[in-house]
Ligand binder design. Structure first.
Ligand code: TMP
Length: 208
């Protein structure tokens, strides 16, 4: 029933189709009477969007993973304070394209083992998990091609290359296994409409 706030995140490697699926899910839930806020990370609030530019543009070695953890967390705290919390408190459904799992995988599990640092900082300044996380899984070759083809100018992480994307995929699969109550793995290699129907059914089940 419309009325209860629900926090949904979409996660996955670059080019897996999260943004499209976030939009389709938001439209479908709005069509069923839910009040929906669609947002993204890094970003989602004015200050966080400014931090986003520092993170997604420029050469891959622009920041160390440790610096990235601090910048992503600063953006997330701003997003949480100004956008996510108020919307959940007002009973809305919040759909975010990425949240803390991206930091766990991109910064915590790809360039050395920094998962402990990620978890400590998350516990101290974020301390919130989505009610439902949809992990869009697909072959990194195809996803990377799609991500780079967009030519968005936001390719700093795509520019780390295929082995990086393969590590990311493995990291997301590990997360799905470690937290099956929250995370649902979605096969994102299928047709767009099929994926959307799967995601909608999963979200509706969680809402009812
Ligand atoms: P996007 O392309 O999905 O909008 O995300 C921007 C990039 O930032 C993407 O390559 C993933 C990366 N990222 C991290 O490395 N850590 C994070 O915590 C988040 C939210 C994103």
């Amino acid at each position: 029933m419309p009325g209860a706030g629900l926090f949904i995140s979409l996660e996955g490697i670059d080019g897996a189709g999260k943004s499209t699926q976030a939009r389709l899910l938001a439209q479908a839930l709005q069509g069923r009477g839910f009040e929906v806020v669609q947002t993204r990370e890094p970003g989602g609030a004015a200050g966080a969007e400014e931090i986003r530019r520092l993170l997604v543009e420029g050469p891959p070695d622009r920041w160390s993973p440790e610096t990235e953890i601090l910048l992503f967390t600063a953006a997330r705290r701003d997003h949480l304070e100004r956008m996510i919390r108020p919307a959940l408190d007002a009973g809305k459904v919040v759909i975010t394209d990425r949240f803390a799992d991206s930091t766990r995988v991109y910064q915590g599990a790809t360039r050395g083992d920094l998962r402990g640092l990620v978890d400590d900082i998350h516990a101290r300044v974020i301390g919130t998990e989505p009610d439902l996380t949809l992990i869009l899984d697909m072959n990194p070759d195809a996803a990377l091609e799609r991500g780079l083809a967009r030519g968005s100018g936001e390719d700093r992480f795509e520019d780390f290359g295929l082995p990086f994307q393969q590590k990311l995929r493995a990291g997301f699969l590990d997360l799905a296994k470690a937290d099956p109550g929250r995370c649902v793995l979605i096969d994102a290699s299928r047709a767009e409409g099929e994926i959307a129907a799967d995601i909608l059914a999963t979200a509706i089940a969680r809402l009812s």
